[in-house]
Design a protein around this ligand. Sequence first.
Ligand code: FE2
Length: 284
Amino acid sequence: MRLSRRTFLISSITGLASIPAYSRFLEPGWLEVTEKRVPLQGLMRRLRVLHLSDLHFSESVPLVQIERAIELGLERGPEMAFLTGDYTTRTVPDPSAYSRALRRLRDAVPAFASFGNHDGGRWAARHGGYRDHSLLRGVLEDAGIECLHNASRLVKLPGQEVLVAGVGDLWSREVDPESAFRDAPVGRPTLVLAHNPDTRFPLASFAWDLMLSGHTHGGQIVIPVVGYVPFQAVRDRRFLEGLQSWEGRLVHITRGVGNLLGVRLNCRPEVSLLDLEPARDAGS
Ligand SMILES: [Fe+2]
């Protein structure tokens, strides 16, 4: 009895002692590919899309991890790709190499992007980042990825048209839905790229079906067993990750590819594939 208790204690202490090493050296690079079914009104056929966010290319997140995330996503055959902000943390280590890595996306599928709070602007400038979006816009455009910064684009795929709108970052006070939806055709399934899921509130009166967001990193550190999240960057804990319904629409929050400060615990980085499917009418 004494021996088994000692063994248990030693195992427990060893396990606890290994958490810092695990969260620093293993989990941040341990990409998880997830697939979710998303019912969407007005869709004529099934449409698979890739949703990546919070790449955070920096000293903490090597380019090889971002390249691997792109590779894992493209392997699963999406028809479009969406990036929802935080391409770096403060400054981009190698803009040219970053563009070359991202170009793989656009070489395969139409790709669209919105900006996050780390990508330039008033929030970023206060936190050691860029004063504006010019560098990140250049990186994305050199990669052939279209930046939807308070703008929209009607994407015509075989047998399906989809409206994709993108808005600026909430914390940077750059959300301008009037511009984003101005001249946008109505009656198409509408996706909106908005870095922070709290952006759903200022967009409440506009016509969209599915919001794609990141920002939260899923909490990044989730205490095992109890599920406590010490750092929560949104108003409502339910919107930390996953597919959530809100006032008759859907919001998808991906946990992101990168991280801040090089740690993750119980919250693996995510490559999200969404299978958009025609929604059945109520009662059918
Ligand atoms: Fe982020």
